[in-house]
Design a protein around this ligand. Structure first.
Ligand code: ATP
Length: 229
């Protein structure tokens, strides 16, 4: 059976993340494991600590048997390199187990900056989810070395991925969603109430309760028109 692994910072997890995880779970008919990074190698430190981000993931997947959370990157010292995680999974699952990495198109485009990126297709398949392009990075074309490294790997039939341990790629064509963790954090920090609609209610409540990303200052409740004591 194919195993789908979905790594990210999830700072915080939002409906865009959950939509692609559920779309992949539906299409491939297997559960998807969401794995929060401990110390993200490609970006500034997250706004919530690793335990808080993992807890929000627990809340987001609660009651959905298609989604799981794995904390292994939190238990490993140092940066959470994807190549290390995939090597670890490969050692545990065995050489023949079909394993796929799920990621958004923006992350895929940045793959040549990842540690030992050329080894990654030897360790797992790639499932690349479309994403609404945002920001300067999104304007960049796909790096030629990436296009070359994935030439001949792309599949039309999802079922092919379960027939090999690694090395194939598939474009997941799910409905595109505009959520991004950056937009969520910015909306919270400036007191824009819309952010609550971009996350599961339990995650929004946790952010509010812990005052994450500047939540709980009172400004967003006021502008949402909620009754005040
Ligand atoms: P940030 O805005 O801080 O960069 P993010 O929303 O991209 O965060 P990450 O935790 O960095 O969240 O994303 C994990 C993975 O999920 C990445 O592969 C990213 O491309 C993908 N992803 C995030 N949001 C979406 C979305 N709305 N649609 C499709 N893929 C997404």
């Amino acid at each position: 059976m194919l195993e789908i692994w979905y790594g990210g910072t999830f700072d915080p997890v939002h409906n865009g993340h959950l939509a692609i995880a559920r779309a992949a779970a539906e299409l491939f008919e297997v559960p998807v494991t969401l794995a929060p990074a401990a110390d993200p190698p490609h970006r500034p430190r997250p706004g919530a600590d690793a335990q808080q981000r993992a807890r929000m993931l627990d809340l987001a997947v609660a009651g959905d048997p298609r989604l799981r959370v794995d904390r292994r990157e939190l238990h490993r010292a140092g940066p959470s390199w994807t190549v290390d995680t995939l090597r670890e999974l490969r050692a545990e699952r065995g050489a023949q187990a079909p394993l796929a990495l799920l990621l958004g198109a923006d992350s895929f485009r940045s793959l040549p900056t990842w540690r030992h990126w050329r080894q990654l297709p030897t360790l797992a398949h790639f499932i690349v989810a479309g994403r609404i392009d945002q920001g300067d990075v999104a304007q960049l074309p796909e790096p030629p070395e990436l296009t070359a490294a994935f030439a001949g790997r792309w599949q039309q039939a999802p079922a092919r991925l379960a027939t090999m341990p690694a090395g194939l790629a598939y474009h997941l064509r799910q409905p595109l969603r505009a959520e991004s963790a950056t937009a969520v954090r910015q909306a919270i920090a400036c007191g824009a109430p819309a952010w609550r609609g971009w996350l599961p209610a339990a995650v929004a409540a946790q952010i509010q309760a812990e005052g994450l990303y500047g939540a709980g200052s009172g400004t967003d409740a006021a502008s949402a028109g909620e009754p005040r004591p």
